[in-house]
Design a protein around this ligand. Sequence first.
Ligand code: SF4
Length: 105
Amino acid sequence: MTEYEPAAVIPLPALGGADERDWRELALCAQVDPELWFPASGQPNRKAKLVCSWCDAQADCLAFALRANEQYGVWGGLSPEERRRLRRRQREAASVAVEVEGEAA
Ligand code: SF4
């Protein structure tokens, strides 16, 4: 079995590269109270998610958070739990892709 390769599922920008600087320049959260993105445990994050849904950097922001394994706050419109579920689905999809590839070979 091939080792899990997350980049095979979603292409991720390099950390600290030019792509990272580009998407951060588009970040709408830089123009709003940043505490909305880091609510206390059990507090709603609806406002942050709404702003994320309007943000041109959403896809790159989410890719960054997944690559950096951000554990706190809303990134790319997803909460930490939603990102954990997404990573789990990515691992499952990568695993199935490897199986299908092995069967086709
Ligand atoms: S998607 Fe959300 S957290 Fe990411 S840069 Fe945009 S507003 Fe900020």
